[in-house]
Design a protein around this ligand. Structure first.
Ligand code: SF4
Length: 241
């Protein structure tokens, strides 16, 4: 299990837990708005043993671990690593892009994860553009269904600028976000999901596609308009800024 970076612990990343965070290197997507460029390129492996040793030193107050990336489900030793966390009685939250339903199915079957957060990369017809790669649409659809069966989970979409076929770059629209929400509800057969509409925040010299660095944050009015429309399809939607 490779760990490219780690945060000691915080109260923000895992609702209700004091959680340390492990960032795994590498991702099979190339979302233009991705902030994790260093993790996707030449991230060093800090080693899982050091992270586990750290957890042993803070076991009196840290009660959870967030595994994010990059894309954690690409790590061949993810499941043995999570089992080591479970042996330490730690709750586990997994962040995923949904590209690997086989791993999600195994985690679900073995009851290894308490909370899953899955990205929904906008409406299905835009996934190749928003994820920056072709060919994962069926896997992501399968993952939507699986994630909705975990004890606690969330779906989330960053309202980011999208590279359009005509060469333009514009934010996801209200109609596109409504289509995304509708697809989640239809695919899973229920609208009872926690869904977060997230603000895009540019970062100078930090995004996978430098053309997006000149964009502003997602305008508040756009987030509010999207929220109003998405609520019609997923009533438990919140804006996360
Ligand atoms: S934002 Fe996209 S490219 Fe970046 S880590 Fe997440 S899924 Fe991978």
């Amino acid at each position: 299990m490779k760990i490219g970076a780690a945060l000691e612990f915080n109260l923000m990343d895992f609702p209700g837990k004091i959680a340390a965070v492990a960032f795994t290197p590498g991702c099979n997507y190339r979302c233009p708005h991705c902030h994790a460029a260093p993790l996707l390129k030449d991230a060093k492996d800090l080693g899982s043993e050091g992270f586990l040793n750290y957890l042993d030193t803070v076991k009196d107050w840290v009660n959870g671990v967030v595994i994010c990336g990059g894309e954690p489900t690409l790590q061949p030793n993810l499941i043995p690593f999570i089992k080591k966390l479970r042996e330490r009685k730690l709750a586990v939250k997994l962040d995923t892009n949904g590209s690997n339903p086989e791993v999600l199915a195994q985690l679900l079957a073995e009851g290894l994860v308490d909370y899953v957060a899955m990205d929904v990369k906008g409406p299905r017809f835009l996934w190749p553009a928003t994820a920056g790669v072709e060919g994962h649409c069926d896997a992501m659809t399968e993952s939507l269904k699986l994630v909705a069966r975990f004890p606690v989970y969330e779906f989330r979409t960053t309202v980011a600028p999208v590279l359009r076929g005509n060469g333009e770059i514009t934010f996801l629209t209200v109609q596109e976000m409504a289509a995304a929400a509708r697809y989640v509800a239809q695919t899973t057969g229920t609208d009872a999901h926690k869904y977060y509409v997230q603000k895009f925040v540019p970062r100078k010299d930090g995004l996978l596609d430098a053309r997006l660095e000149s964009f502003p944050e997602t305008p508040l009015q756009l987030l509010q308009d999207i929220h109003k429309e998405v609520l019609k399809h997923l009533p438990n939607t919140q804006v996360r800024g």
